[in-house]
Design a protein around this ligand. Structure first.
Ligand code: ATP
Ligand code: MG
Length: 348
C-alpha cells in the first residue's frame, strides 16, 4: 500500500510480553495515530542484547510482540509490522551510518551510558553488536524516512542522535534534496512508568511488570502486593501520595478522576486503607485490559493471522527499505556499476 500520509517508525525489542509501561509510554500513541500516519512498527530482533545466549526466546518473542500488538488493536491492514532482521537493508544502512557517528558522541548518550554501566563489569562478555545498537536505531528510524517517532522517554536520546545524523547526511549528500526528514520524537502520556516494586522503570528484566496479557487474577494479585508507602503501617496513619506508585498508577490508568482525588485526600489524612485503594486500581486496570484479552483469544485461535500480519508488513518494510537504499547509494555515489563515468578515466 502506497500512501501520502506522513510516516511513523517505532518499535520494541522482542524480549517477551509487553507490559503497562510499553502501553502508557508508547503503544497508546501508536493506537491513536495509526490511521493518521503510515506506521512502520518494527520488531527489533537485531537489538536484543542477549541474542546470542537465547535465540529461541527471541524467536518466540517476535510472535509474542505481534500478538500483543494485535491484541491492543494495532491494525495490520493500515500499518506494517516489520521484523528487523528480515530486512537486510537495516544492517547495510547501520554500517554506512556508523562512519558518521563518533564513539565520543555515543558515550554522551545518557541511555547508552546507563546501559554501559550495567555491562561494564562484564565487559569481556559484551558483544560488539551492543555498541552498534544506537546506530542501528538511527538507521531504523531513517529507513522508512519517518517523520515521527512515538516512544517512551528513555528513547529520546536516540532520536536526538537521529536528528543530527539526518541533518548531517542531508547536508553532505543531499545537494538540494532532503533525503531524510528530520524526525520528531513524541513521548507518551506516562514518559517512564514506575515498576510494581517502586523501581524507576517498569521493566521485564526487573520482574516488576503488569503484562498486557495478564489474567484478571494475575492483575489483582500483583496490585494487591505492590509497593506503596513504606512509612505507613496502619490505615489510620497519614500517607504519602507524591511518589507513591499506587497513585501514579491510579493517575495513569483510572479514568474516574473524582474517585482518585477522593482516595488521595483520604490517604493523606489516614482515612483509607491500602486494600480499598488497591482494589479500585486492580479494577481500573482490568477494565483497560479486558478488550485486549478478547482480541488476544481470537488471534490465539487463528495463529495464521499473526504470521500473515508479520509477513505482509515485513514485505512492505523491505520494499520501502530498498527504495531508501537506492536513494542513499545514489547520494553517496555507490553506483559503481551504473555506468563508467564515475570512475573513468582511471585516477592514475
Ligand atoms: P523491558 O525493559 O521491559 O524489556 P524495554 O525498555 O527493553 O522494556 P523496548 O523494547 O526497549 O523495551 O522499548 C519499547 C518501547 O516502550 C520504547 O518506546 C520504550 O521507551 C517504551 N517503554 C518501555 N518500558 C517503559 C516504561 N516503563 N515506561 C514508559 N515507556 C516504556
Ligand atoms: Mg525489552
Amino acid at each position: 500500500m502506497t500512501s501520502e500520509r506522513k510516516r511513523i517508525l517505532t518499535g520494541v525489542r522482542p524480549t517477551g510480553a509487553l507490559h503497562l509501561g510499553h502501553y502508557a509510554g508508547a503503544l497508546e500513541n501508536w493506537i491513536r495515530l495509526q490511521h493518521e500516519y503510515e506506521c512502520y512498527f518494527l520488531i527489533a530482533d537485531y537489538q536484543v542484547s542477549d541474542y546470542a545466549n537465547d535465540i529461541e526466546r527471541v524467536r518466540r518473542s517476535v510472535f509474542d510482540v505481534a500478538l500483543d500488538w494485535l491484541s491492543v488493536g494495532l491494525d495490520p491492514e493500515g500499518s506494517h509490522y516489520v521484523i528487523e532482521s528480515q530486512v537486510p537493508e537495516h544492517a547495510e544502512l547501520t554500517l554506512w551510518l556508523s562512519w558518521w557517528i563518533g564513539l565520543g558522541r555515543l558515550e554522551r548518550n545518557p541511555t547508552l551510558k546507563a546501559e554501559m554501566a550495567d555491562v561494564e563489569a562484564k565487559l569481556d562478555a559484551v558483544p560488539v553488536a551492543f555498541f552498534n545498537y544506537p546506530v542501528m536505531q538511527v538507521a531504523n528510524i531513517l529507513m522508512p524516512r519517518a517523520h515521527l517517532v512515538p516512544v517512551g522517554e528513555d528513547q529520546a536520546p536516540h532520536i536526538e542522535l537521529t536528528r543530527e545524523v539526518a541533518r548531517r547526511f542531508n547536508r553532505m549528500f543531499g545537494g538540494d534534496r532532503e533525503i531524510f526528514p528530520v524526525p520528531e520524537a513524541m513521548i507518551g502520556r506516562v514518559p517512564r512508568l514506575v515498576g510494581l516494586d517502586g523501581n524507576a522503570k517498569m521493566s521485564k528484566s526487573l520482574g516488576n511488570t503488569i503484562d498486557l496479557r495478564d489474567s484478571t487474577e494475575d492483575v489483582t494479585r500483583k496490585v494487591m502486593s505492590m509497593y506503596t508507602d513504606p512509612t505507613r503501617l496502619r490505615a489510620t496513619d497519614p500517607g504519602h501520595v507524591e511518589g507513591n506508585p499506587l497513585f501514579m498508577y491510579h493517575d495513569a490508568f483510572n479514568p474516574d478522576v473524582a474517585q482518585v482525588n477522593d482516595f488521595k485526600e483520604r490517604y493523606l489524612a489516614g482515612r483509607v486503607g491500602d486494600v480499598e485503594v488497591k482494589r479500585a486500581l486492580a479494577k481500573a486496570i482490568n477494565d483497560l485490559l479486558e478488550p485486549f484479552r478478547e482480541r488476544r483469544a481470537y488471534y490465539l485461535a487463528n495463529p495464521q493471522l499473526v504470521r500473515e500480519a508479520l509477513a505482509a508488513g515485513t514485505e512492505v518494510g523491505r520494499r520501502t527499505a530498498q527504495e531508501t537504499m537506492a536513494l542513499v547509494r545514489d547520494a553517496i555515489g555507490l553506483d559503481y556499476l551504473a555506468d563508467h563515468s564515475r570512475w573513468w578515466p582511471p585516477s592514475s
